[in-house]
Design a protein around this ligand. Sequence first.
Ligand SMILES: [Mg+2]
Length: 97
Amino acid sequence: MNEIFDLLKNKKEDIKKIVNCFGARPQKIKSIEELSELIQAISRDVNGLDNNVSEEMADCFIMLAQLIDIFNNKDEVSFIVNQKLSRTIKIIEARNE
Ligand SMILES: [Mg+2]
């Protein structure tokens, strides 16, 4: 599941610099804001309206990278992502049997 993090490959120091500059709590709050902007963008897309879903996805990737730095849980998140993907694939395969 490292591909998802490859989007921000070689940006680890930049991410750390941002978190250290602005602080963990403000960046957690910024994450909430960015996630809500993505929700709005997806909602606009679903309703056939102009949207900036790519920009908001990019913002959320950057915030997720910061959250991983803040919570220091990359391995745990990676593990859970793999577990959840495997579970979903199993459900799909069971449906197709
Ligand atoms: Mg945004």
